[in-house]
Design a protein around this ligand. Structure first.
Ligand code: ATP
Length: 300
């Protein structure tokens, strides 16, 4: 298990990470969210032992992270750091050997992963000849070739098309099922909502929202009802008990309510309207929760 306790990092006088605490258990996917400059990469570098922390403690299975532990960690860095003149095979062998693996095991696993990512035909090709998305797949393979206990993924989906995002997510879910502790950063809330169970949102290095995603959503009682119907009297709907707001967009109407207890009153109102084809009560999005807690929208 990865444990981060009261970790603080100053660059000179500048406070980049402020008293951060969280843990990632085996088989958990943990999301580290934050806009540019929030302190995500700094946190990852400290976890990996590439950067000294100013204060606090970081341990993997109870041990401080030093070179005796780093063979059990896989790190996909944000900057794409492949040796572009090498072939895919040479690159992965190089990284695998750095992680203390033998060449036979590396090559067996390499074939599996290249096939899984649909890039087996590029095995003997130079990295520089590959598209950006395929280079990212190779970099991901170098991070997991040693079957790490802890996998750190800094913006793993940036620059990927939706099909490749899905492919990466499927692989990450499989690694989770095998017990890997996974921590990933993103500035996109929807990526985190899609598949992580615990998260921290950083603003200027400080945690402003943290915990289990399900719990965060449960505690935030407001819900959104998505409605498609004809001839809705929006002003009258706004006056229904518990309705906080009504937004009408091109395809549907979104009715924000105080809590799910108010959904039945809205339902009784809507069922009197014509051609009701949708009435779906959904949890608030992470971005809405963030907006209310922090007072600014995350995405700006
Ligand atoms: P991004 O999403 O842009 O990668 P991030 O959340 O990873 O951002 P960090 O790279 O950890 O953020 O940076 C956090 C803050 O620390 C930023 O304000 C950055 O300018 C500052 N910072 C990072 N590295 C250094 C350094 N070596 N010296 C001084 N300040 C630094």
């Amino acid at each position: 298990m990865l444990k981060i306790e009261n970790v603080t990092k100053y660059y000179g006088n500048f406070l980049a990470v402020d008293d951060l605490t969280f843990e990632v258990k085996p088989g958990e996917i943990f999301g580290l969210l934050g806009v540019n400059g929030a302190g995500k990469t700094t946190t990852f570098r400290m976890i990996n032992g590439l950067l000294d922390k100013t204060k606090g403690s970081i341990t993997l299975d109870g041990k401080p992270i030093d070179y005796t532990v780093t063979d059990q960690i896989g790190f996909l860095t944000e900057e794409r750091s492949l040796l572009t003149k090498l072939t895919v095979k040479e690159q992965v062998i190089y990284y695998g050997i750095l992680k203390g693996m033998d060449e036979k095991t590396i090559l067996e696993r390499l074939d599996y992963w290249l096939e899984r990512f649909h890039v087996l035909e590029y095995k003997e090709r130079k990295i520089k000849e590959l598209s950006k998305g395929n280079q990212q797949k190779v970099q991901f393979i170098t991070a997991i070739i040693n079957e790490p206990k802890l996998l750190i993924l800094d913006e793993p989906f940036s620059g990927l098309d939706p099909i490749n995002v899905q492919m990466f997510m499927d692989v990450i879910r499989d690694l989770k099922a095998k017990g890997t502790s996974i921590i990933f950063s993103s500035h996109r809330m929807e990526h985190v909502e899609m598949f992580c169970e615990k998260l921290v949102v950083l603003v200027h290095g400080k945690s402003v929202l943290s915990g289990e995603l399900k719990q965060i959503k449960k505690e935030y009682r407001k819900k959104n009802i998505h409605v498609i119907a004809e001839d809705v009297d929006v002003e009258a709907l706004k006056k229904v008990e518990g309705v906080l707001d009504v937004t009408v967009n091109e395809t549907e109407m979104i009715v924000k309510i105080k809590s799910d207890e108010n959904a039945s009153d809205v339902f009784n109102f809507i069922k009197k309207c014509k051609e009701v084809s949708k009435f779906v009560v959904e949890d608030a999005t992470l971005n809405e929760i963030f907006l209310e807690k922090v007072g600014v929208t995350y995405e700006n």
